[in-house]
Ligand binder design. Structure first.
Ligand code: GLY
Length: 599
């Protein structure tokens, strides 16, 4: 089955069942708090929250779409089987309840009917997950009973926590709810062989997720609370590329009709084989496709926001082109192939063809001018040593437009070290100089460093404790830094945190802030402190006499965090208001870095 057929089958299936087919919205959402459209429900957010009436605007509360989506979080994962920056999402909605609105039962019935009767998937290979209940939100027994009723046996129904089975909101606030995912068993030969292998297996990709059914009943408000929505909605999402690959027994969408012409053209112009150069081929394919779509929706390369994401994509395309010894403008026929492949589905890739080609050429021109110079500077530095200092990396960034990730990739290829801490300090120094300049110019006044500092120190302890609770006790502080605006925290952890983990950590900290825990300081000698269970990761650095800070619930006396620290701290966690992680990234091998703010 090819991509055209699959989109049509899905939309026809739901149209036949009374759904209005709505065109995809732009990749640039109207909500300014999010950079890109990351899910099909975004354009319906106000309807799902009950603020707008779908009957009035669509003459139906049942909707289906094929939506363009873009996720930046996974740029570094591109090249593997399943991640894409740009992808499409198929979805169906039932917004609000009256005699026509449907909820869990029909959503489940439709999904099974489509997968089994329309697409011919084997029902015996379908596994599902349901929400097992957490916090104030109950276990989804109703969904379990419906799955059983429709013939999915208990041994293929897995109950999972909020991390896997609670969806949304897409920004800080908005509609969300527990969900039930449909997974498909691709066969024993792809498995890890463990007895508990199944959906969300940590060891293999034998069972893959294909469809997420969200039972949207909540609204996460400004204070991080889940309010019951005035209406119930169904919101579903199928990863189009994932389903297409599965139906064609391919493990990656690069091997389906979506990219077939692209890959053969790239083989032809480069003289290299896809199978021997999968990573470079896949990065070029993914990034050219997403650049075409991002530009067609009106973004131009720049140094900020969406434009910076686009710049990173294009500069990576050009650089990976060089690893395949491709000439300048090698991408022209490839851009053409993408435009041709999608022009019947998303007309603006065709109508904006000239702007797309123009923007890419201009960016190549700008980058080429600096790339040669930058690369020769790197070569020169490496004649005498095996490391790039942070200042040198910063200079490449500042003067030659080398995004940090690009220098990191070059360094990795050459097997040399770069000092990211030093780069970050150079960047921060530069930014605080510009900020100081701006403050002077606009007469701005800095925040009270003393009070802000105390809040950020306390937030750092809450973060450390929350990470150990959510990710595990292997998390150890490796460093931290606080300025007047944000905290930075480095810790031992091998994998990139998932968006769900980040949200769980934020939610836990915000809960502790709301519970208004007390922050107590005690002076004791180091041995006593360690015996009392206080954590300390720089043992050799402490004096004999230390301060132990305990963050605890004054009613239940339950301790959330106990750490040795030289302070300063606040007295009550409620002084912190809202905690938010603004960045999670790699700091060095096996060490992650979080930047967070409190408001
Ligand atoms: N909104 C459902 C999903 O993106 O999975």
């Amino acid at each position: 089955m090819d991509s055209y057929e699959l989109r049509k089958l899905f939309l026809d299936f739901f149209a036949e069942r009374g759904h209005k087919i709505i065109p995809s919205s732009s990749l640039l959402p109207t909500d300014p708090s999010v950079l890109f459209t990351t899910a099909g429900m975004q354009q319906f957010s106000l309807y799902l929250s009950g603020k707008k009436d779908p009957i009035k605007d669509f003459n139906s509360r049942h909707i289906a779409t094929c939506q363009k989506c873009f996720r930046t979080g996974d740029i570094e994962e591109i090249g593997d089987d399943t991640h894409h920056t740009f992808f499409e999402m198929l979805g169906n909605w039932s917004i609000g309840q009256d005699e026509t609105g449907y909820f869990k039962e029909d959503a489940i019935k439709y999904a099974l009917e489509f997968l089994v009767n329309k697409l011919g998937l084997d029902k015996k290979k379908i596994h599902v997950t349901v929400f097992k209940g957490e916090g104030s939100i109950a276990r989804d027994e109703e969904a379990i009973n419906i799955w059983l009723k429709y013939g999915i046996p208990l041994e293929r129904i897995k109950e999972c926590s909020k991390k896997d089975n609670f969806w949304g909101p897409v920004s800080d606030t908005g509609p969300c709810g527990p969900c039930s995912e449909i997974h498909y068993d691709r066969g024993e030969e792809l498995g890890c062989g463990r007895p508990d292998c199944g959906p969300n297996c940590e060891y293999c990709k034998r069972v893959v997720e294909i469809w997420n059914l969200v039972f949207m009943q909540y609204f996460k408000n400004d204070s991080g609370e889940y309010e019951l929505l005035s209406q119930k909605n169904i919101d579903t999402g199928i990863g189009f590329e994932r389903l297409l690959s599965l139906l064609n027994q391919k493990s990656a969408a690069y091997e389906t009709d979506l990219f077939a012409d692209f890959i053969s053209k790239l083989e032809e112009i480069s003289g290299h084989k896809y199978l021997e150069n999968k990573k470079a081929f896949r990065i070029i394919a993914d990034h050219i496709r997403s650049s075409v779509f991002v530009i067609s929706d009106g973004v131009e390369p720049s140094n900020v926001g969406q434009g910076y994401v686009l710049r990173r994509l294009l500069r990576r395309v050009i650089r990976y082109g060089k690893t395949l010894e491709l000439d300048q403008q090698f991408y022209l026929p490839l851009v053409d192939i993408i435009i041709n492949k999608y022009k019947d589905i998303y007309l603006n890739v065709f109508t904006r063809q000239e702007s797309i080609i123009d923007a890419i050429k201009k960016e190549e021109y700008k980058f080429e001018a600096t790339l040669e110079k930058g690369l020769s500077i790197i070569e020169k530095i490496l004649l005498t040593k095996k490391e790039l200092t942070g200042e040198e990396v910063f200079d490449l960034y500042q003067s030659y437009g080398f995004p940090l990730e690009l220098t990191q990739e070059i360094a990795e290829e050459k097997g040399i070290n770069i000092n990211i801490d030093e780069f970050n300090s150079a960047l921060e120094k530069h930014q605080s100089i510009s900020r100081a300049g701006a403050e002077k110019k606009f007469g701005g006044v800095g925040k009270d460093a003393g009070e802000e500092g105390a809040k950020l120190h306390t937030a750092t302890h809450l973060l450390h404790a929350a990470l150990r609770k959510i990710l595990g006790e292997h998390v150890q502080q490796m460093g931290s830094d606080i300025n007047t605006e944000r905290l930075r925290f480095d810790f031992k952890h091998a994998q990139k945190m998932t968006p769900e983990e980040i949200k769980q950590v934020e939610d836990l900290i915000n809960l502790k802030i709301k519970e208004d825990l007390e922050v107590k300081k005690e002076e004791m000698n180091l041995d006593e402190a360690l015996k009392s269970g206080a954590i300390a990761f720089f043992k050799e650095k402490y004096p004999d006499q230390v301060y132990v800070w305990t963050i605890f619930n004054p009613d239940s006396k339950e301790v959330f965090s106990k750490e040795i620290c030289a302070g300063p701290h606040v007295e009550k966690t409620s002084q912190l208001k809202l905690f938010k992680i603004i960045k999670e990234e790699s700091s060095s091998a096996g060490v992650r870095r979080i930047k967070a703010v409190i408001n």
